[in-house]
Design a protein around this ligand. Structure first.
Ligand SMILES: NC(=O)c1ccc[n+]([C@@H]2O[C@H](COP(=O)([O-])OP(=O)(O)OC[C@H]3O[C@@H](n4cnc5c(N)ncnc54)[C@H](OP(=O)(O)O)[C@@H]3O)[C@@H](O)[C@H]2O)c1
Length: 267
């Protein structure tokens, strides 16, 4: 299957690179207006163009990776060429209903990955319009599997997914940065501090996923009576870290809902 990636910025580029990393055997066409920014992809066998219409015409599956406010212009531009094709929108806050309204002839999958697609470790949640067949889904899942893990969800969860796993790499990087500085404060060299922080986040996530043990129980495996860790936990609880993270996810979810309402109202 030929894939056209429309809007190759951060996420579009990461997806193209993941497909190449996963030895995708179909043709990949990448588009953006400032073509010089993706010239390097040609060396990886990717066809580049700033002509969205010709890219969509050639492709079987279209991955839409532009910002929410550019969706209407781009889909209107390719309205004819996109008819009957599968469009996977990776765009935050834009509903299937809105996509279908702009390009009624296309069949849509709405997906929310995260920036870990850069290392093929994204979590991608997706939902689809009713005219997407099981065979279409298998083709799309082939793309998602090159990006990391994926799961089909009901569309009503997509704003919450955007606020949680779509945005959470930024929260986790804030935590990693704080841990790294904490290491400096207690006298660790910078490289050692960063490596031990990031590897600990990776290992903790892996442990939670692979053992399926509740995180409270895993935490108790580290916190021994009268030990070192309970001193750290005491300070963390006093700083209300749980509320801080819950508020971050809630605020991002609400923002996604707000953008969605604003854009849909404009039409
Ligand atoms: N970044 C993340 O972590 C993340 C995670 C999940 C989902 N997303 C979603 O992914 C989408 C893209 O995000 P991003 O962070 O990758 O943004 P980005 O880096 O700004 O990429 C968007 C790209 O769209 C291109 N573009 C704009 N108008 C275009 C047009 N008419 N034709 C072709 N290309 C066009 C821009 O390049 P030119 O200006 O050169 O055309 C730009 O490179 C957003 O909708 C976002 O919600 C992002």
């Amino acid at each position: 299957m030929k894939i056209a990636v429309i809007g190759v910025g951060t996420i579009g580029r990461a997806i193209v690179q993941s497909l190449i990393h996963g030895r995708y055997n179909g043709e990949i066409i990448a588009t953006r207006r400032r073509l010089q920014k993706i010239e390097d992809l040609q060396g990886l066998g990717v066809k580049i163009t700033s002509d969205n219409s010709s890219a969509v015409k050639e492709a079987d599956i279209i991955l839409l990776c532009v910002k929410p406010r550019d969706v209407k212009a781009v889909l209107s531009e390719v309205n004819e060429e996109v008819k009957g094709k599968i469009v996977v929108s990776l765009v935050a806050a834009i509903s299937l209903r809105y996509l279908k309204r702009i390009a009624p002839g296309a069949r849509f999958v709405r997906a929310m990955p995260n920036v870990a697609v850069l290392v093929q470790e994204s979590f991608t949640a997706y939902c689809a319009t009713e005219d997407i067949t099981e065979e279409d889904k298998e083709n799309v899942k082939g793309i998602f599997s090159a990006m990391g893990k994926y799961l089909e969800v009901e569309e009503r969860y997509m704003d919450a997914i955007t606020g949680l796993s779509g945005s959470a790499p930024a929260y986790i990087f804030t935590i990693i940065e704080a841990m790294m500085y904490a290491g400096l404060k207690v006298g660790l060299p910078r490289d050692l501090s960063l490596f031990s922080s990031a590897q600990t986040v990776l290992g903790s996530g892996k442990l939670a996923l692979e053992t399926n043990i509740h995180s409270a129980e895993l935490k108790d495996m580290v916190v021994t009576p009268g030990g070192v860790t309970i001193e750290g936990i005491y300070e963390l609880e006093d700083s209300r870290i749980r509320t801080a993270i819950m508020r971050a996810v809630e605020a991002a979810t609400q923002k996604s809902q707000k953008i969605s309402a604003e854009i849909e109202k404009e039409q």
